[in-house]
Design a protein around this ligand. Sequence first.
Ligand code: LLP
Length: 446
Amino acid sequence: MPNSTNQFIRPLTTKINDNGNLSIGGCDLTELADKYGTPLYVIDEHTLRSICRDYKKAFSGYEKINMLYASKALCSLATSKIISDEGFGFDVVSGGEIYTVYKAGSDMKKVLFNGNNKSVDEINLALKLGVGRFSVDNFFELSLLNVLAQSRNKTVDILLRVTPGIECHTHEYIQTGNLDSKFGFDLSQTDRAVDLIVTAYKNLNLRGVHAHIGSQIFETKVFEDEVDILIGEITRINNKYGLNLDEINLGGGLGVKYIESDNPPSTFDIAEIIINTINKSAEKYKTELPTIYIEPGRSIISTAGVTLYTMGTSKQVPNGKKYFAVDGGMADNARPAMYQAEYSAVLANKPEIPTSQNVTIAGRFCESGDILIKSISLPEIDEGDILCVFNTGAYNYSMASNYNRIEKSAMVLVNNSQSDIIIYRESLDDLISHDVVPDRLRDNVE
Ligand code: LLP
């Protein structure tokens, strides 16, 4: 099987340029750091488009395939526009994500609204903007969605989010398809849900089932199990209720390569196993070939992104570790603190200098757990060097916070030696722009 973009640590356009610096998308990273400041998220357009095309190519042998991008991995106007132009729809989980993909000009019919506690306002926004599918998570939502759809005289296409009971070996917090999960209907509850839809909820049109079994998955067998369970489930429902459900949404989950020892399968491996299993299971259950949705997030955007930091102070613990601090950390990348996630990095201004020491990269936030990289080999480090951390496109910006009241970082898009700002760095005024001092306290305020 050919390689796909998610199997590389670095963006595909990463090079060492004539100045001896690292460049991505033809842009010298030290110049980007200089021009836009650090921390800086950088997205390589070529890498992003390449993975979208890998997915399309990988699934081209199956006619009834729909690709959605899971916006939670990174949601911005510019990236949504690129991904939509590549032919993807979107899996969204909030009013904010719905609004962003809408404003990016996406085809709202190709948007699926998913989530375990959608608000009335969010559902109304989705109905107003014509979101194509709702993945309904629980009994309360079935009833609420029916009422809200009825009040607009609409019938909405829905999938039932189910937990297929598959264990996959990824970090416990990012497993979602096992039985004790906050997401979706247990398979023992789907009959009751279908009963209600068929008999009472006239404004809901059930199209199929939806599952997501976890994230950063390296195994392929779990996708085989998932396809088989979901095809078995729609066949069972169809036979029992005389329905014609023909849609299966497999969620996301394909892993990426953060460090050398990571070995994710390619999009081609995953597509082959999914398509083979669909064919086998459709035959086994004597059913038509279903329409398949996949909704990868991390594997679409992660490899396209890097983060640039400026190296600052250092500390040698007597007889212990050597810490070097960068000007960002857990507020722009929460993953090491939350999931013990590991990353690879190099000094963008010294990519060819041999490594000579093992160091710990600390963040700047007031928390001992704010360690970006526990142990990494780097050359001699000087204050002002630029650290480039790879594979930060997914779940970095989208999980960023203003902890310690620090401005969120900017994001630039690079391509063909051009860089464009796609998210401005927050300013100090942005930070206080939503604060209000009640009038009764005003006298004490300058
Ligand atoms: N579909 C559903 C229903 C999901 O819940 C998710 C991710 C995806 C698709 C996309 O999964 P992906 O292809 O990105 O693995 N913050 C964690 C990851 C949480 C994933 C949550 N759901 C992290 O930083 O690792």
